[in-house]
Ligand binder design. Sequence first.
Ligand code: TA6
Length: 299
Amino acid sequence: MANGKTEGNLEIANPGKVTFLEGRGELPMMEVSTAWSTAEIYLQGAHVTHFRKKNEPPLLFLSQCSRFAAGQPIRGGIPVVFPWFGPREGMNQHGFARLKEWELKEFAPAPDGSVSLRFRLPETPEGAAFPSCTVEYVVTINDALQLELAVTNNSKTEEFVFENCLHTYFEVGDVRDVSIKGLKGITYLDKVENFARKSETDDAIRISSEVDRIYLNTADATEILDPRLARKIRVEKHASLSTVVWNPWIAKAQQMPDFGNEEFERMICVESGNVSSNQIRLPPGESSRLKVKLSSSAM
Ligand code: TA6
């Protein structure tokens, strides 16, 4: 079968399979299984909450305390941050895309056994403040997880200025033992120190306190080395100039109602997007395509 329908339960010929279910909090979700992996995606936020390769622990961290409720953000997985990153006066942090129910436009099992799902952000009252645009998100599942967030500015006259970020929560054995490679020499804004501008001096970033950093002007791939899970995660990106690294550590974890007090030990966010001074200025009629590939291997 080349293309799937978007209604009802439908099984696709072996090995790619998509099942439509009522997920947690009665939110609609899809379970995907391929010859290599399983995944779960909620329509709310087009939010990938789970990806697991056979014979590996889950790649994505999902909080045991996450809310699953209409209009509330999910804590973990891959929140799609758009059209702004961080706080905005009188508005929700990290934009509205993660809070809306997206439309599933198509799912397509490829002959090689991959499954792709294409979502579209519906028109929303919040979107009226921005130039008319089409926002699509394609999630491809095989032995890796590939994500593509495409924004097209439909205005004939107006530039569309926005931020985007795939705010990815990775599952790790113990964050204290993890090293993050690929950011040496990159300038970053240190949110923990009031956005102080610094330069990364370490070959391998280690986490031993709260970390909240926006690395700017970097198109490079990063790697997360996790000796406890004996796993190396690779984050490759295209059309992304910012990498955000976040772990809330103890005090922040305790303040977050949708995050367990000890869960900071099992996660690290390494996020790919275009934020702060890397925001996108999209001319009328043009498209931007943020692409991220998440893969893992034993180490
Ligand atoms: O990407 C890091 C960050 O912006 C942090 O400052 C932290 O607050 C985090 O995102 C989570 O934001 P959220 O709105 O999901 O609680």
